[in-house]
Design a protein around this ligand. Structure first.
Ligand code: AP5
Length: 193
């Protein structure tokens, strides 16, 4: 069992690298952003509630995303491990995740934190907004609000796991292949430990 958090600000490459990592390591990908967008597409009550927060670049309330992750964990009892992408995003979410995993006799093995400058993040997301249907990529103000939420609430997640020696920083600028190799190198080290 190997449980990994791919951590980093909006646009740091979490989704891009997650796809490659789950394919290499056979992990189950849990992206709260994807789960929320699927709720919105299906016009569920949860999706309707979440959409207003997401369109403003704000975090969706903790209890909503924790409930989604609880259901996803319950639905995958046989998983070889999970790759958490975009979750946890607050200290309360980190503590809830630790509790949920411990009831399965598991824990987070490593937090890989992608480091990218703010100007590069804005550039990437504005660029993606030209072709994607993500409403939160179209407006620079909303992109900057998402980054501000990250600094205000989400960096606490790294602080939480740093106290257990589980955080490794990875340069998130450069080619996708080089960043993938660096992420795999850290995973291999932890798996061998
Ligand atoms: P979420 O869907 O998680 O989005 P995000 O964190 O804003 O991250 P992104 O998906 O925008 O970026 P990414 O890091 O995955 O980068 P990507 O690989 O796509 O969250 C959306 C919203 O949902 C939140 O704002 C919040 O409202 C809500 N939400 C989600 N989870 C929540 C939670 N736990 N609690 C509360 N609310 C929650 O890459 C970005 C772009 O860069 C792409 O175009 C890509 O092609 C490009 N790129 C990738 N790597 C490189 C590279 N090395 N060089 C150049 N370009 C690159």
């Amino acid at each position: 069992m190997f449980n990994l958090i791919l951590f980093g600000p909006p646009g740091s490459g979490k989704g891009t690298q997650s796809e490659r990592l789950i394919s290499r390591y056979g992990l189950k990908h849990l992206s709260t952003g994807d789960l929320l967008r699927s709720e919105i597409a299906n016009q569920t009550l949860l999706g309707l509630e979440a959409k207003s927060f997401m369109d403003r670049g704000e975090l969706v309330p903790d209890e909503v995303v924790i409930g989604m992750i609880r259901s996803a964990l319950d639905a995958n009892p046989q998983a070889k491990g999970f790759l958490f992408d975009g979750f946890p995003r607050t200290k309360a979410q980190s503590e809830a995740l630790d509790t949920l995993l411990s009831t399965r006799g598991e824990a987070i093995n490593v937090v890989l934190a992608l480091e990218v400058t703010e100007e590069e993040l804005v550039k990437r997301l504005l660029n993606r907004g030209l072709t994607s249907d993500r409403s939160d990529d179209r407006d620079e103000q909303v992109i900057r609000a998402r980054i501000a939420e990250y600094h205000k609430k989400t960096t606490a997640v790294a602080d939480h796991y740093r106290q257990f020696g589980k955080v490794v920083s990875i340069k998130g600028e450069g080619t996708v292949d080089d960043i993938f190799d660096a992420l795999c190198g850290e995973i291999e080290k932890r798996k061998a430990a």
